[in-house]
Design a protein. Structure first.
Length: 284
């Protein structure tokens, strides 16, 4: 009996069949699949199936058809594709074949440190606007030393501008939602007349609309009846049962570069950056 037991302990099962992660094959025993946005995999342990929407050195975020997100470790053989175990790995960094581009399409400055913030500022209406500007133009703004702040609405714009105290070397750029003729926003913007302030904006009711519908897999942004809160109306029309903040993070997660945004927003933000960073010229 002792000999037989010894054979079992030192045989095919090893000393302890429960040692290590016995549920998965060893690394190298299954194929490695590089991550890419939209890659659909299933968690081998939990059965959660979704598309890859983000990742870092150790984890991947999956989003299922209902918009739910889960974060999983990038462990060996942790996922299934078509029922077969795979090891999902981060994609290898491609060697740049030309100038490195930032998300805004500008030439990225390699190894650049953020400059100390200049006195000039760009104001946007809300947190969502600021997050989108940071995601696409963040590199450019850090190189130029321009900070972005949000107003929490445009109603108090004239007094906020006065409190800022704009001047020749302290310029202020303001991005306003729904800046169309006859709108409340346009009437408020007209009250600001300083040559050191540029108030511009886009025609969209909300910054969400500046994201191209195709990026989100929809044909168009829904029409929302007048009197209905716009974000809530959009989510209801799309059949989404989630809070606006949660929905925005899902939308923002789909945006990768300037190509995912509407030209009406791109031109206005570029205009504001140029305005607040233009050198001050002393004229005789």
């Amino acid at each position: 009996m002792g000999t037989e037991s010894g054979k079992r302990r030192g045989g095919r099962y090893g000393d302890d069949v429960l040692a290590g992660d016995w549920r998965r094959p060893r690394k190298g025993a299954v194929p490695e699949v590089p991550l890419e946005h939209g890659l659909v995999v299933e968690s081998a342990d939990e059965g959660f199936c979704g598309a890859a929407v983000a990742w870092d050195k150790a984890t991947v975020t999956l989003e299922d058809r209902a918009g739910r997100r889960r974060v999983f470790d990038l462990a060996p053989a942790a996922f299934l594709i078509d029922g077969r175990p795979v090891t999902v790995v981060r994609p290898a960094a491609a060697a740049p074949s030309g100038p490195l581009r930032s998300a805004s399409g500008s030439v990225a400055v390699r190894g650049a440190r953020a400059r100390v913030a200049k006195e000039g500022r760009i104001y946007v209406e809300g947190a969502h606007d600021a997050e989108l500007v940071e995601k696409i133009w963040g590199h450019d703004l850090r190189v130029e030393g321009v900070a972005v702040e949000f107003l929490e609405g445009v109603d108090r714009l004239p007094e906020i501008v006065d409190a800022f105290g704009p001047g020749p070397q302290r310029r202020l750029g303001v991005l306003v939602d729904h800046l169309v003729p006859g709108s409340k926003e346009s009437r408020i913007a007209e009250q600001v007349s300083s040559p050191h302030v540029l108030v511009t904006g886009h025609p969209f009711i909300d910054i969400w609309q500046a994201v191209k519908p195709s990026v989100l897999g929809i044909a168009a942004w829904p029409d929302v009846p007048r009197g209905t809160p716009w974000k809530e109306g959009v989510l209801a029309a799309l059949g989404r049962r989630e809070e606006p903040g949660e929905a925005w993070q899902r939308i923002l997660g789909r945006v990768r570069t300037f190509a995912d945004l509407e030209p009406d927003l791109l031109g206005r933000v570029e205009e504001l950056i140029d305005f607040v960073t233009a050198p001050y010229v002393v004229r005789d």
